[in-house]
Ligand binder design. Structure first.
Ligand SMILES: Nc1ncnc2c1ncn2[C@@H]1O[C@H](COP(=O)(O)OP(=O)(O)OP(=O)(O)O)[C@@H](O)[C@H]1O
Ligand SMILES: [Mg+2]
Length: 356
């Protein structure tokens, strides 16, 4: 028998005073899976997490955990403390009057004092913060507090962990380190994780699967690879990187653009389309007389570290000019006004009917 899903949403919807925040969302998390809810501010991520935790009363649909209904639109709402989930919020919400060990032991259903002490120590050790067990939260740095909040959520060994922007209060170097540690600890714990973030790179780093939301509506669910390489619409494509945006019309299975013909399989002749090209899909090379590739001109080039960013101008005819960004690996700094040949990587070029 397949293991039970740690969390399932069946067609859940939620509104605040008649204004919709989550619309008909369905989702299932397998045991041990890390799933990220990704989307812009106000798209309903925190609301979805609060519904799973039981902090918000479900209005429509059903939520199940390990095959047990914990909330339904018909009025069932199992309180948060009986759902067996671990919670970590953006501000960590540690109890200031309790020591780290007491914070982590809080809400722990273990009556045997020695066993509890041992379990608390084990989880502190797993997160590398056992030396702080006797301190109070105010005497810890932000990164250390984040670890304590995670330890508190993990200590009772829940089958589901809910994290709301858990790294947003940390500076970027520390954030990378703590993300990495958190991912290892979550995977080691075996708990399923639903994590909220508005940062696409963070979601790609953490998640087995990503759920992209916009205005409370599901856009796409899939692995980071699927979402990056096969987005279903402009919103998803643009959420994962900067994008070059062109428009055109399909003619004979292709679209003619200032940077060449782009294949448009399956799209009807005469259809207005939008073309989205990731900067790393704009491949540049020296102009070769024999080549039929279109030419572009360099407006500026900048070294950004791992990649170089090249600003380009492409022209089909006078007045029909477009500005493009290309990203080339390593150091690639052509001179201003230099002509280069351009080729597109079709795997990072997406065509959608206009206004999809
Ligand atoms: N308690 C509330 N009362 C009324 N409206 C609310 C309440 N909580 C959230 N909303 C509204 O519901 C929508 C979704 O909010 P939510 O907090 O779920 O977004 P979010 O995706 O977590 O955004 P952010 O990235 O800014 O945290 C927003 O329009 C928000 O203003
Ligand atoms: Mg939020």
């Amino acid at each position: 028998m397949a293991p039970l899903a740690a969390l399932e949403f069946f067609d859940i919807s939620h509104s605040y005073g008649g204004v919709g925040a989550v619309h008909s969302l369905s989702l299932s998390l397998a045991a041990g899976e890390v799933v990220c809810l990704l989307g812009p501010s106000g798209c309903g991520k925190t609301t979805t997490l609060r519904l799973a935790a039981g902090l918000e009363k479900l209005q429509q649909g059903e939520i199940r955990m390990l095959d047990r209904t914990v909330a339904s639109g018909e009025g069932l709402n199992v309180p948060p403390e009986l759902r067996g989930v671990g919670l970590v919020f953006q501000d960590y919400a540690l109890f200031p009057h309790l020591t780290i060990a007491q914070n982590v032991g809080f809400g722990f259903n273990e009556t045997d004092g020695k066993a509890k002490q041992e379990a608390v120590y084990n989880v502190l050790e797993m997160l590398g913060i056992e030396e702080f067990s006797g301190r109070y939260p105010h005497a810890l740095s932000g990164g250390q507090q984040q670890r304590v909040a995670l330890a508190r959520a993990l200590a009772p060994k829940p089958s589901l962990i809910l994290l709301d922007e858990p790294f947003s209060g940390l500076d970027s170097r520390l954030r990378d380190q703590i993300r990495d540690d958190t991912l290892h600890v979550l995977k080691q714990s075996g708990a399923a994780t639903l994590m909220v973030t508005h940062d696409a790179e963070e979601a790609m780093f953490m998640a087995d699967r990503i759920v992209v939301l916009n205005e409370g509506k599901l856009q796409q669910i899939g692995s980071p690879d699927t979402l990056y390489c096969a987005p279903v619409n402009r919103f998803v494509a643009e959420f994962f990187s900067e994008i070059n945006y062109l428009t055109g019309k399909v003619s004979g299975g292709t679209v003619d653009t200032p940077i060449g013909l782009i294949a448009a399989q399956g799209l009807a002749d005469g259809l207005d389309v939008e073309i989205l090209i990731r900067p790393e899909a704009v491949c540049l090379s020296a102009v070769n007389e024999a080549s039929e590739r279109r030419q572009v001109h360099v407006v500026a080039s900048r070294m950004l570290g791992r990649t170089s960013l090249i600003h380009l101008c492409a022209r089909r005819q006078a007045g029909d000019e477009i500005h493009l960004h290309a990203r080339m690996p390593g150091r690639f700094l052509p001179d201003e006004n230099q002509a280069l040949a351009v080729e597109l990587d079709p795997n990072q070029t997406f065509i959608f009917p206009k206004n999809l």
